[in-house]
Structure formats: C-alpha cells, structure tokens
Write a protein that binds this ligand. Sequence first.
Ligand code: SF4
Length: 340
Amino acid sequence: MNTFPQENTTNGQPVKNAGSAPVLLDVVDLKKYFHVVSGLFTRRRSTVKAVDGISLSVVKGETLGLVGESGCGKSTLGRVIARLETPTDGMILFDGNNVADIESSELRNFRKRVQLIFQDPYSSLNPRMSTGSIVGEALVIHNIAKGKERKRRVSELLKTVGLTEEQADRYPHEFSGGQRQRIGIARALSVNPDLIIADEPVSALDVSIQAQILNLLKRLQREFGLTYIFISHDLSVVGHVSDRIAVMYLGKIVELGEKSQILQTPLHPYTRALLSAVPMPDPRSKKTRIPLAGDIPSPFAPPSGCAFHPRCPFRMDICSTLEPELTQREDGHFAACHLP
Ligand code: SF4
C-alpha cells in the first residue's frame, strides 16, 4: 500500500495522497448543483447540491472506493469526473490538465482515457446491437481499428474478460447478468483507458457472480495497470477491491483514508454505522450495531451544521450550527466531525 504525504485540512484543495506514485486525477472543490422548479401554481425554485465542494486525488494504479447511501451524490460525482455532466464549479485535473470545461475534440480525447462501467449491464447495452458491435463501436468512433483489425481486437477483448469469440455474434438478451457485465467491461477496455469509473458494477448481480466480476476487475487492473474509482453503497464490496475509501454523505466526503483505516479504525459516526450494518460471515462474532435513525435527509433542504446531525447518536450542541471541516486525524486519514 502507498504511503502518502499529507495536508492537515482540505480547505478546497485536493486531499494529497500520492507518495512516489504519480497522481492521475486531482479533483479540486468540485460542485454539481441541479436547479429544480416545482409546484403547479406557485413555481418554487430549489437547488440540489448533489456534489458540494469535493476535493480528492487518485494516484495511478490505485482503486479509490466511493461509498455512501443512495442519494449521497457518489454516482453524480463519478459522472461529473467522467464529464458526462458538466460541473457547476471546481477543477478536474486529469494528468495535470483541467478538463472541467473542455469541449468537442478535447472532450472526445478525454473520454478515450476515462471509461465508465454501469450498474445495470442490460440497460447499458443496446439490445439491437450484437456483442461484437457493442465492444467494437468505440474502436471505430475513436479511429483505433476498422475491418479485420477491429474484429481481431474484439475477439481478443472478449477472451480477456472470459467470453469466447463465437459470442461476438450474439445479442445482449442471450447472456446472463454476469456475462453482460463482462461485455460492459470489454467495451470499457476497448479504448485502452487509464481510469475506469465503475458505478455499482456488481449491485445487480448474484453474490457468487459478484465475486467473479470483482476478481476479474482486480486481474485486469494488474494486467493493464488500470486506475479505478469504484462506487458502491456496499462497504463490504468496496472494502474488497479498494486501496483507499472515501465515505460520502449528502454531497460531501465525511471520511477518507486507507482501506485499513476506514474498516478497522473508522472515525466518523456515519462510517461506523455503515460498518456496523455489514453482515458478518461468522454468526458468533459480536459487533455493536450503531443504529442509523431515519432516512438520508432531503437534498432540497439539508440540515444545518453537520448534515448528519439529525441521525447521529453522538451529536452535540455545536453539531447543529457549525459544519465540521474535513481534517486530517492521522496519516492519510481525514474525517469531518466535531468529535475529538
Ligand atoms: Fe455526529 Fe456531530 Fe460528528 Fe456530525 S459532527 S457526525 S453530528 S458528532
């Protein structure tokens, strides 16, 4: 595992984590706000701060896990980093270049280097296209290969992800969920990307198939030197694949650290509550469950102070008035909480 030089507080700056390994991605004070108009007679305007001032960096070859409940903004963060959404503010430094507001050909080149794997492998594949066409589409779009060379590369990609070249002529409905996710992975690999953002890639799959896909992703990372941002609501899945983990709550990072720090010595009550809800394989093992009261608050009206305070069993008076900053507590381990 990497050892990382640190800053004491994020203060809108990237949370530095790269020791000798080069940084691939620096996200600086990134924001994505959605403006919504509601009401039939009185038109009310509200703003949802889906991503609200996030700073982090990802070094080449690592897996950063992003975890949090549904609606915390983790998928939006992934989509903004991949530039499927335009950020409201902030910087996305990819290999040192700010890609937050690039367009046309620059954006197309960037998309070749950053690929997404989606949660639902069925709806992310065009049912009218054969597997070969799906996997080979980007090769044509990006002028990488045509004709026989394209066919050869598609066969190679299918074999790399555990499918056969004969399956290139089949359509998505002829495959199982796990096989469809393999097609999605082959499609992502086709343009030889540097960064893959996997958004809940195993949530729709059976547990036994989940393990196969996770192991496949890990093998591909070793073989091709890939960097991953792995998004999931499931801390046990994120813990299985990640080098570092960022925990998100209502558009912000509330805890960030190396996997061992987050899983063994979590600091934020929200992380502790998520961890305490992870089922243990050994029924004799004892663990105190920290109850999470209620649902995640509405992003239209986030609570004042610490956004987690209405649900936090450790809240103090200060928590409802002053928002805690994400500060460093130990080497590489950051938390946003007023608890000492
Ligand atoms: Fe709980 Fe207060 Fe920490 Fe928020 S700042 S997590 S309410 S103790």
